[in-house]
Design a protein around this ligand. Structure first.
Ligand SMILES: Nc1nc2c(ncn2[C@@H]2O[C@H](COP(=O)(O)OP(=O)(O)OP(=O)(O)O)[C@@H](O)[C@H]2O)c(=O)[nH]1
Ligand SMILES: [Mg+2]
Length: 346
């Protein structure tokens, strides 16, 4: 799962990226080149691991990319190319100013910044769609792609992103090939100054986010970067002092995961306790295929129990006597937090 951290020059993208990456290894850094893999926090995995004491515990990971803004235009060819490979956009908006980073003329206005970025993305997509449609019109092509692109153009002309457009089947497939920027789920990050971590200095942005139906996370990238340098014990202590149970890092990772419309299901055993991601609405047989293609091909049934039920019971034996362990068929729609054991035959 690839997430692109994107926004105007100086908004705090790299600071946020370092806050996410922490001091750990495995991180490539440098201007615009950073990528780091982060665990999606999931206390069900941790609690199940305490019960099973497996050899291995595997969380879902999300890869964050620090996308270079390519001043002065954040949508440089290079940035747009980098964004073609991501599944979610994290848009960082500037909400801080200090002696070294004075506010731009007209003052800080993250809501305006968001609208400008959103409309630049609409324009970028519009040009792509327009070019393709012109060509198809010349060639007298009138297929699903043509219809879908015209619907897209209609949306762009109203300044609407493609994520708001209902497309299905062939039209959806035709459009997905273009990797339009406005089709990507987005998450807004308001990067506020150290002094503004409490309260809401920019209520206008909250309104704009709500209107656009995009989640908004408020944080101070600089403070988060400092937190990320601490040991896990010190981090917990610090978060307690701040009065927030969860670091902004965790909120952001979780938010990006949810924005992709993924849910997690779990597999348990003495070897491994593991979380897997599947799209919301996936069936049991699709979930089986996520684990291994053999499990999909030879799928017989899935034994399913909600992790909450299992954690309350404490063991499979108890869960069985309480009737919480169910046998489900291929078409069962997997729910977030289901513990799944696939019976298969190849
Ligand atoms: N006071 C304060 N300064 C910050 C904060 N976040 C970032 N900065 C500073 O703002 C400057 C720009 O931050 P970067 O993280 O490099 O911004 P960027 O978006 O990566 O910028 P480009 O890569 O140049 O597009 C740095 O000097 C940061 O230290 C913050 O929350 N508070
Ligand atoms: Mg940077």
């Amino acid at each position: 799962m690839e997430v692109g951290i994107f926004g105007n020059a100086g908004a705090g993208k790299s600071t946020l990226f370092r806050a996410l990456a922490g001091p750990g290894e495995g991180v490539t850094q440098g201007k615009g080149a950073g990528v780091c893999a982060i665990k999606v926090p999931d206390d069900r995995v941790d609690r199940l691991a305490e019960i099973f004491r497996p050899k291995k515990v595997t969380h879902i990971t999300v890869a964050f990319h620090d996308i270079d803004a390519g001043e002065p235009d954040p949508l440089s060819t290079q940035a747009v190319a980098a964004l073609k490979n991501v599944e979610v956009l994290v848009l960082v908006l500037r909400g801080f100013s200090d002696d070294y980073h004075p506010a731009p003329p007209g003052g800080l206005d993250p809501a305006k910044e968001f609208r400008a970025l959103a409309s630049a993305m609409v324009l970028s997509d519009y040009l792509v769609a327009q070019k393709r449609v012109e060509r198809m019109t010349k060639e007298a092509k009138r297929d699903a792609e043509w219809t879908a692109l015209n619907k897209a153009i209609e949306a762009f002309e109203k300044e609407l992103p493609l994520r708001d457009l209902d497309l299905a089947g062939e039209e959806e497939r035709a459009v997905s090939g273009f990797r339009f920027l406005t089709r990507l789920p987005a998450l807004l990050v308001l990067n506020v100054g150290e002094e503004a971590m409490e309260g809401d200095p920019f209520p206008e942005l909250a309104r704009a986010a709500e209107e656009a139906k995009v989640p908004l996370v408020r944080l101070c990238a600089k403070v988060e970067e400092e937190i990320a340098q601490l040991s896990p014990a010190e981090q917990a202590e610090f978060l307690k002092e701040l009065g927030t149970g969860q670091s902004a890092r965790d909120r952001l990772v979780r938010g990006a995961f949810d924005a992709m419309r993924y849910i997690s299901f779990l597999t348990v055993g003495e070897d491994e306790v593991r979380a897997w991601n599947v799209r919301r609405g996936s069936t049991a047989v699709a979930a089986a295929g996520r684990i291994h293609s053999d499990l999909e091909k030879g799928f017989i049934r899935a034994e399913v129990i909600a992790s909450e039920d299992f954690l309350r019971c404490g063991s499979m034996a108890k869960a069985k006597t309480e009737g919480k362990l169910r046998l489900e068929g291929k078409e069962y729609v997997v729910k977030d937090g289901d513990i799944v054991h696939v019976r298969f035959n190849v």
